[in-house]
Write a protein that binds this ligand. Structure first.
Ligand code: FAD
Ligand code: FES
Ligand code: FES
Length: 496
């Protein structure tokens, strides 16, 4: 089994013989005996297991809060790791120049104490870590923490007893305490030394983590039985919930070509291993109206670990990025030792969680066309909770309007079929028509008959069909400038 090294409390930690499917939480709690990091759900939902991973990028550190319960331990190899037990013990966390000595607690912890932001305390280590990442990324860079940002950064942490107000108050007050921050210069040196000293023995191929696309494709061909993983926010649950064992893992997240976002004249190319948070940031930069939709994909720790390529390759019919990308007419590039091929995203899928990827192929990047100047776009996610919930229905509508008529329509839908789907009948009902209520009604009717959604624990089939039609009406009203839409005022002829 391969060894694993990372920096913790300013020191390299070396662990021998770590199985490829051992989770980071198992390593912390069971192998190291550090039980401060809690286990609640074991599936990325509650945030009790949140830890912070530090990575060096372009000579500076980035800090990401992630869920240790579904993260494979080897994925933190060569990185820096903090748990709630480390903040007061890490010699690299020091008072900032010009401030007085820090207290016994890190400012994040002290702010939570000051605001009475913990009752039973089970969730608290997770909140501390999400706040620590926010503190490092925001407060230590001189930026204030807004309420909206605090809500976003704590979207993956559940508290069942305290209530969120005091926790959010603490988030907004932590900057008022004497500043403590990671000595990044020293940490970067330590990480560099770790990288130089740590060469994985070539013979050990239980956890393969290539850094180039060529090496990834060679490994995929040489080890077809290896479990391909990216951020493990789907695959991690196969280990923790289905007790599957991965004898060999092929991790795509260090492949340089797959981590890039590049801008071309007519599209943005997003590497398959780009983290969801970064991918959505790039999409929102071009289309600011996607901001809310982007924040409703899981919670921040899942978006910090999961990748856009993982979402697409996993192909869940209730996944959120696919309806969006289908509506944006995105194409996917698949790579194998035989070369590359490009296809429309909707053509990737052949059935429930099945796709056209050959055994030696990987998803390399996603090409997202830039918005046309007359693009009308809305993305709707309907779920039981606002934060960190899976869609019952996801509908994304994109129209190109010219002189009051619909020149082109593309509509992506999730939660309505066995695969993420393109709503071609509804598109046909709109294309070439004047953009008016009659066309809207026809598109709504088409959407209702085009799909036969399932009934499941998230929603009934009838509810899903009704919601699809209502969302088209909402889209119409929003296109007229209405921002507060009461669907009660609408009379829709329901299909039988
Ligand atoms: C708490 C929680 C909330 C979630 N909420 C949402 C949500 O709101 N919306 C939503 O859509 N999803 C949600 N998910 C699902 C998950 O986060 C996404 O599907 C995520 O994008 C998966 O990416 P990953 O990098 O973690 O993939 P992994 O879990 O590592 O892999 C998933 C699959 O994709 C394959 N794969 C990965 N990369 C490639 C590649 N480059 N080429 C070929 N195959 C590849 C793997 O082999 C595997 O079969 C949630 C998950 C959790 C745990
Ligand atoms: S234990 Fe609940 S998110 Fe990890
Ligand atoms: S303090 Fe009890 S769950 Fe948050």
């Amino acid at each position: 089994m391969r060894s694993l090294q990372f920096i913790r409390r300013g020191q390299p930690i070396a662990l021998a013989n770590v199985p490829p499917d051992r989770t980071l939480l198992q390593v912390l709690r069971e192998d190291l005996g550090h039980t401060g990091t809690k286990e609640g759900c074991g599936e990325g939902d509650c945030g009790a297991c949140t830890v912070v991973v530090g990575e060096a990028a372009d000579g500076r550190m980035t800090y990401r809060a992630i869920n240790a319960c579904i993260c494979l331990a080897h994925s933190v190899d060569g990185k820096a790791l903090w748990t709630s037990e480390d903040l007061a013990l890490d010699p690299l966390i020091q008072p900032a120049k010009g401030t007085g000595p820090g207290g016994d607690l890190h400012p994040v912890q002290q702010a939570l104490v000051d605001h009475h932001a913990s009752q039973c305390g089970f969730c608290t280590p997770g909140f501390v870590m999400s706040l620590f990442a926010l503190y490092q990324n925001q407060v230590c860079r001189g930026q204030p923490v807004t309420r909206e940002q605090a809500v976003r950064d704590l979207s993956g942490n559940l508290c069942r007893c305290t209530g969120y107000r005091p926790i959010l108050d603490a988030a907004q007050q932590m900057h008022t305490l004497p500043r403590m921050q990671v000595d990044e210069t020293e940490l970067l040196q330590k990480m560099e030394l770790l990288a130089q000293g740590h060469k994985a023995p070539k013979a050990d191929l239980t956890y393969i983590s290539p850094t180039t696309l060529d090496a990834l494709l060679a490994a995929r061909t040489a080890h077809p039985q290896a479990q391909l993983v990216a951020g493990c926010t789907d695959a991690g649950l196969w280990v923790t919930k289905q007790h599957r064992q991965f004898g060999q893992v092929l991790d795509v997240t260090r492949v340089a070509e797959l981590r890039q976002i590049t801008e071309a004249a007519d599209h943005t190319a997003i590497g398959a291993a780009v983290r969801l948070q970064d991918a959505f940031d790039a999409l929102v930069q071009r289309r600011p109206q996607l901001h809310t939709f982007a924040t409703r994909f899981a919670g921040l720790p899942v978006r910090n670990a999961g990748t856009l390529g993982g979402n697409i390759a996993n192909g869940s019919p209730i996944g959120d990025s696919m309806p969006l990308l289908i509506a944006l007419r995105a194409r996917v590039v698949l790579a194998s030792p035989r070369g590359e091929r490009t296809l429309a995203l909707e053509d990737l899928y052949t059935g429930y969680r099945q796709n056209v990827l050959a055994p030696d192929e990987v998803l390399a990047r996603i090409l997202v066309p830039h918005p046309a100047h007359n693009e009308l776009l809305r993305a709707y996610k309907v779920s039981k909770r606002f934060d960190d919930d899976i869609s019952a229905v996801c509908l994304v509508l994109c129209l190109h309007l010219e002189d009051g008529a619909v020149r082109a329509a593309s509509i992506g839908a999730g939660g309505v079929a066995a695969v993420p789907a393109r709503a071609r009948q509804a598109e046909d009902a709109l294309t070439g028509q004047s953009w008016n209520e009659t066309a809207v009604q026809q598109a709504a009717q088409a959407l209702q008959t085009e799909f036969t959604p399932l009934s499941d624990m998230r929603a009934s089939s009838a509810y899903r069909r009704t919601v699809l039609a209502r969302l088209v009406q909402r889209f119409w009203l929003e296109s007229l400038g209405h921002t507060e839409v009461s669907l009660e005022s609408f009379r829709l002829e329901e299909s039988a």
